[in-house]
Design a protein around this ligand. Structure first.
Ligand SMILES: Cc1cc2nc3c(=O)[nH]c(=O)nc-3n(C[C@H](O)[C@H](O)[C@H](O)COP(=O)(O)OP(=O)(O)OC[C@H]3O[C@@H](n4cnc5c(N)ncnc54)[C@H](O)[C@@H]3O)c2cc1C
Length: 444
C-alpha cells in the first residue's frame, strides 16, 4: 500500500501513529512478525520536522535488529569524547571524558551523532522494507472507538477512518492521542523544556582540529549553569561530519517566569568565551525548536488501554538528568516493547487491557521503566536553583582561585572552597542537604 490508505474497508493488525524512532521501531518489529502494519506520519517524510541534539545512544538496540547498521545508516560521527561543563558567565569548568576502550574508537560503537531528518527517514525505510505501509503527509486527528475499546484512527483525509486491532501512539511529546484516550493529562510547564537548536556548517578538517578528533571520531559537550542565564536548563554542542549541532534546552515555566526568549539564550551561549572559539567561522544551516518531556518518572502516563498503547516521548520516556539527555534510545526500546505485546495480542486475538498490560513487563525487560524509576529524583534536582546557578558559579570561582598564581599565600582546598561558597551566597547546610539529594538522585 502506498500513500492512499483510505476508506473504511481498509483494516490493519497494527496502526502506529508517528514515524519517529518509537514508531519506526515498533513498525519494523511488527512487520517482521508478519503483521499488516500501517505507519502514519504527518510530515512530508519521516524526520522532516523532528528535532534532537542529537547523540544517539541506542546503537546496540538497532544492532540487534540490523547487524552493523552503522555501515549503511546516515550517521555522522561515533562519539569517543564527552564533556560535562559547568559555566559561570566568564568561566567553564569541565569533566572531560575520552576513551579508546571498545565501543568508543572501534565498532560496535556505543553512540553516534546523527541528524534526525536523515536518520529518521532511513529508519522508517527499514520498517517499510520489512513490509510496513508508510503513509506520510497524513495527520491523525482522533481515535475510533467501539465501546471502551480503541479500534482505529481518524485521519485528516477524505473517507479518513482506518481500522486496526491495536493502535500504538508514538506521536511525540504533546501526544494528542494519549490525551484523547484519557491516558495522559494536560502537561504542566515545569514538566516540559523547550529546546532550540542550530546546525552550523563547518569544514571537516576544522572540526577535527578544533575538537582534537581523528577521522570519524565525534564529541558531545553538555553545559550547565550560567549558559542559560538564570533560566533553568542547559545547553549542548555535538560534532557532525561537516557541521556542529548546538542548542539550548530551557524549562518552559522558568522561561516564562524570567521572561526570556530561547533564541536570546542561544545567542548568549554561542558568545560565551568557552563556546565562541568552537563555532567561529561557521555558517548557519538550519534552526529548529521542539518541546522535551523532562520530568521523567513523574510524568509517565497510564501506558495502555483496551486496544491501544503509548510509546516514546508520548509516554514521557525522555531521560533528562543533567548527565543524560536520552530520548531516542528509550523511544526505540518502548516502541519495540509495545510491538512485542502487539504481536502477542494478535496471536491470541485478544486486544484487551488484560493482555496489553504485559507492555509494562516488556518495558521493564527493556530497562525503560527500571531506568526511569532509578533516576526518578534526578529531573527535579537538576532543575533546582542551586544546581542550576550556585554550584556552577562556585566551581568557576573556586577554580579561578585554585589556578591563579599571583604571589599570595596558597590556600588549602577546603578553606578555598569554603570562602568561594560564601562569596556565591551558599550555606554549608545547603551543601549537606544537596549531598543527600545527589546521593538519592544519582548515587544510590
Ligand atoms: C533540542 C533537543 C535535543 C535533544 N537531544 C537528544 C539527544 O541528543 N539524544 C537523545 O537520545 N534524545 C534527544 N532529544 C530527545 C529526543 O528527540 C526524543 O526523545 C525522541 O525524538 C522521541 O522520539 P519519538 O519517536 O517518541 O517522538 P518524535 O521523534 O517526536 O516523533 C513523533 C512523530 O510523530 C509524528 N506525529 C505527531 N503527531 C502526529 C499526528 N497527529 N499524526 C501523524 N503523525 C504525527 C511527528 O511528525 C513525528 O514524526 C532531544 C530533543 C530535543 C528537542
Amino acid at each position: 500500500m502506498s500513500a492512499n490508505a483510505n476508506g473504511r474497508s481498509e483494516r490493519f493488525d497494527v496502526i502506529i501513529v508517528g514515524a519517529g524512532p518509537a514508531g519506526s521501531a515498533a513498525a519494523l518489529l511488527c512487520a517482521r512478525a508478519g503483521l499488516k502494519v500501517l505507519l502514519i506520519e504527518r510530515g512530508e517524510y519521516p524526520g522532516a520536522k523532528n528535532v534532537s541534539g542529537a547523540v544517539f545512544y541506542g546503537s546496540a538496540i538497532v544492532d540487534a535488529l540490523i547487524p552493523n547498521w552503522w555501515e549503511q545508516a546516515p550517521v555522522e560521527r561515533h562519539v569517543c569524547r564527552r564533556d560535562l561543563v559547568l559555566m559561570s558567565p566568564t568561566t567553564a569548568v569541565s569533566l572531560d571524558f575520552r576513551s579508546a576502550a571498545p565501543g568508543y574508537v572501534a565498532p560496535p560503537y556505543n553512540a553516534f551523532t546523527i541528524l534526525r531528518p536523515k536518520f529518521d527517514r532511513w529508519f522508517a525505510a527499514q520498517a517499510e522494507a520489512a513490509g510496513a505501509f508508510l503513509l506520510t503527509s497524513t495527520v491523525v486527528d482522533d481515535l475510533l472507538w467501539e465501546g471502551s475499546r480503541v479500534v482505529g484512527v481518524k485521519v485528516r483525509r477524505d473517507e479518513g477512518e482506518v481500522r486496526g486491532d491495536v493502535v500504538i501512539a508514538c506521536d511525540g511529546v504533546n501526544s494528542w492521542l494519549a490525551r484523547k484516550a484519557g491516558l495522559q493529562r494536560e502537561l504542566e510547564t515545569h514538566e516540559l523544556a523547550l529546546g532550540v537548536k542550530e546546525v552550523i556548517g563547518l569544514d571537516e578538517a576544522v572540526i577535527r582540529q578544533r575538537f582534537h578528533l581523528n577521522g570519524e571520531e565525534g564529541m558531545a559537550l553538555e553545559y550547565l549553569g550560567a549558559v542559560t542565564e538564570e533560566v533553568h536548563g542547559g545547553a549542548f554542542l555535538y560534532t557532525n561530519k561537516t557541521s556542529l549541532s548546538l542548542g539550548v534546552i530551557a524549562q518552559l515555566s522558568s522561561l516564562v517566569e524570567h521572561k526570556k526568549r530561547p533564541y536570546d539564550l542561544l545567542e548568549t551561549f554561542k558568545a560565551h568565551p568557552a563556546v565562541a572559539p568552537l563555532v567561529r567561522g561557521g555558517t548557519l544551516r538550519e534552526y529548529s525548536a521542539h518541546l522535551i518531556p523532562e520530568a521523567g518518572w513523574k510524568m509517565i502516563p497510564d501506558l495502555y488501554t483496551d486496544g491501544m498503547m503509548v510509546a516514546g516521548d508520548a509516554a514521557g520516556f525522555c531521560l533528562s538528568t543533567g548527565i543524560y539527555i536520552e530520548g531516542i534510545n528509550y523511544a526505540m526500546q518502548s516502541g519495540l516493547a509495545a510491538a512485542e505485546v502487539a504481536i502477542d495480542a494478535c496471536r491470541r486475538r485478544d486486544f484487551s487491557r488484560s493482555v496489553l498490560r504485559l507492555y509494562l513487563d516488556a518495558l521493564r525487560r527493556r530497562n525503560v521503566l527500571t531506568d526511569f524509576q532509578a533516576y526518578r529524583h534526578a529531573p527535579s534536582f537538576v532543575n533546582g536553583e542551586r544546581l542550576q546557578n550556585l554550584y556552577p558559579e562556585l566551581a568557576a570561582l573556586a577554580s579561578e582561585a585554585l589556578f591563579r598564581v599571583d604571589g599570595n599565600r596558597k590556600q588549602k582546598l577546603l578553606p578555598l572552597y569554603w570562602r568561594s561558597l560564601r562569596k556565591v551566597g551558599g550555606k554549608p547546610s545547603h551543601v549537606l542537604r544537596d549531598l543527600y539529594q545527589v546521593t538519592r538522585a544519582y548515587l544510590w
